[in-house]
Design a protein around this ligand. Sequence first.
Ligand SMILES: C[S@@+](CC[C@H](N)C(=O)[O-])C[C@H]1O[C@@H](n2cnc3c(N)ncnc32)[C@H](O)[C@@H]1O
Length: 275
Amino acid sequence: MSLDERRWDEDDSAVYRRMAAVAVPARAEQIAVVVALLPFGRDDAFRVIELGSGEGALSAAILGCYPRSEVSALDGSVSMREQTQARLARFGRRARVGPFRLEELTGPEGGRLDAMEGAGAVVSSLCIHHLDGAGKKRLFEGVCLRLAPGGALLMADVVEPVRPEAAEVYAATWDRATEEQALALDGSAGRFDDFVEQRWNLYRHPDPEVDKPSPVADQLRWLVGAGFEAVDCFWLRAGHAVLGGYKPGPVRSGAPVGFEEALACAHAELEGSSG
Ligand SMILES: C[S@@+](CC[C@H](N)C(=O)[O-])C[C@H]1O[C@@H](n2cnc3c(N)ncnc32)[C@H](O)[C@@H]1O
């Protein structure tokens, strides 16, 4: 990566926080899908790493749904870490917040992230698309190497359309979802206008130095190549997908957290952060 290549910065963090409540399609549902797919029972003790935690809503939903879980929420942005820290404070020592650079996880065998060693799951939302295809592939390999047997890598993120027709469908459905969510939030299209002005719909306004989504099929192949099984695209809407896979190992025995319960956790976390 060249030194002058543009990366996510604090201005992006501020714009994202302003828009996320409307600009992320079915945000609570995406969080709930990741939470419900974790390979653990509600009462299991396990450790999760979140890459690019932003305001910490996904980490908080995991901590809320699984009372014996511990989460390390990592982000490259100082202001995002402050938000995560504030949100997760109520979980005490079960939550840790720290810095990381995504690019450092793409070296041989997944670069350096000791915290990942033996973790039960690595999760991420809207962050890994900042890596190019080769970077994602190496990240998947490093995560599979380091996860505990039976652990999972679960990612919610934008994906690359494989045909121009699909690009138009992703662009149009993302606009539509954002407009609907803006109207539902405060009865006005103001936040949708903001989304349009910020040229946030990357299917209409690609910014390849920052956004490097990869096709679903490629990512599933890289996950299988990295050693994951039960690899799948579990959810997709408006160009946003939840993808992942499971490292071979023991299968969960405890009572699962169901999707509706996970959705309630996600809504509880997002409530009040939409203003
Ligand atoms: C679009 S936000 C998503 C935040 C949160 N996960 C969510 O879904 O609401 C992307 C997050 O990834 C972080 N990020 C982006 N590029 C990064 C990088 N290269 N290294 C570390 N963090 C990065 C940003 O600081 C930001 O918090």
